[in-house]
Design a protein around this ligand. Structure first.
Ligand code: GN1
Ligand code: MG
Length: 349
């Protein structure tokens, strides 16, 4: 890890790097914890930015700096990035891009949460959106059309048309099921075009494991800010439930384990509605159950497109990984779909 130590030393750190170890479960960037002066607690986090996906690293870091500065000015916790000794917010080693942030001590991440923690998470994400609602400087759309389901369906169609690695024949069932629901699931984009649905500054990757909790279940800080950009509030609400209300992992091979947990839904919705009180429009509120369906749907589309394209986007651990993810997300979608009416009823519609 000598090379990684040297990279960390390019930043304005205090002390001497003694160890760098892999950390986290992200599918996009590579993350490491950095130990200083022989301590057994990490002090910094080193991350290699996946610049195949985040191609404009200047825009990326500029967005993140705007967001973290804004949150910090309001006296709330957020990630703190270090500058390099040359005064830049990332280091380019001639091939790869790196950044360093302060490790948040005594924090815990979860892959699964209880209803009680979901309530708190709902409030935190609602408050995160409220905090950023008055951000004056515009943010760049770091991944254009990131949560645009019409665009994601187009990418899937393009992947099918090309059928680069001959996988389309294996997945016809999923393609049929997805396209059957196209009209219903593209509602958000239509409401946007009709001027009925706004875009707001959203986090856009509100997976459970992108939140740091303390040991009492309070959210210390929201992490993984790469995708903060203008989007429908559905993004944050829906993506959280996609991971939190799933009774299983996003890549469980046993589909019988996958269900959509209504207790988590109820608790998270309660927190989210409290956290967004005062700015959420009726059209946004009334379509939250749609958002709860949209995200498992969109993630199925994205995993499936990547599988058909020969696994070029998400990190995989074995050859069928993206197919397994597709199947598990689709099962989650079906389970959520069965509960759609109940979801509406439980939030008062
Ligand atoms: C990616 O990096 P990570 O694992 O937090 C992805 C999300 C997906 C998620 C699926 C930039 O997030 O959009 O929902 O994997 N991030 C990007 O687990 O594509
Ligand atoms: Mg992450």
């Amino acid at each position: 890890m000598k090379k990684l130590n040297d990279i960390v030393e390019k930043f304005e750190i205090t002390g001497k790097v003694t160890d760098v170890k892999p950390m986290g479960e992200g599918l996009i960037n590579d993350t490491f914890k950095v130990f200083i002066d022989g301590s057994d607690k990490p002090k910094y986090v080193l991350q290699r930015i996946n610049n195949a996906i985040f191609q404009d690293v200047d825009m990326l870091m500029d967005n993140i700096n705007k967001v973290t500065d804004h949150i910090r000015k309001k006296g709330k916790n957020t990630l703190q990035f270090l500058k390099t000794k040359a005064g830049k917010s990332y280091y380019f080693d001639g091939e790869k891009y790196w950044r360093v942030m302060v490790f948040v001590p005594d924090s815990i991440t979860y892959q699964a949460v209880t209803p009680e923690y979901s309530y708190i998470a709902g409030k935190s994400f609602g408050e995160f959106e409220s905090l950023l609602a008055d951000l004056k400087e515009p943010l760049g759309e770091i991944i254009p059309d990131f949560h645009n389901i019409e665009f994601r369906l187009k990418q899937l169609r393009d992947a099918v048309a090309e059928d680069r690695v001959g996988r389309v024949k294996e997945v016809q069932y999923y393609l049929d099921e997805i396209f059957k629901r196209e009209e219903k699931m593209t509602l958000g984009e239509r409401l946007f075009r009709e001027g009925k649905l706004p875009k707001r500054v959203c986090h856009c990757d509100t997976k459970v494991n992108n939140m740091l909790f303390d040991n009492e279940g309070n959210v210390l800080c929201i992490i993984d800010l790469d995708t903060v950009m203008p989007s429908f509030v559905f993004s944050d609400y829906g993506d959280f439930l996609r991971t939190a209300a799933n009774t299983s992992a996003e890549d469980d091979q046993n589909l019988d384990n996958v269900d959509f947990n209504m207790e988590i839904y109820n608790a998270f919705s309660k927190g989210y509605l409290e956290g967004t009180k005062g700015f959420l429009l009726p059209i946004e509120k009334e379509n939250l159950p749609y958002a709860a369906l949209l995200f498992p749907y969109m993630q199925t589309v994205r995993f499936l497109a990547d599988y058909i394209n020969g696994d070029t986007y998400y990190k995989i651990k074995y050859p069928e990984h993206n197919l397994v993810r597709t199947m598990a997300q689709w099962r989650l979608f079906e389970k959520a779909e069965e509960k759609e009416e109940l979801m509406k009823k439980n939030i008062g519609y």
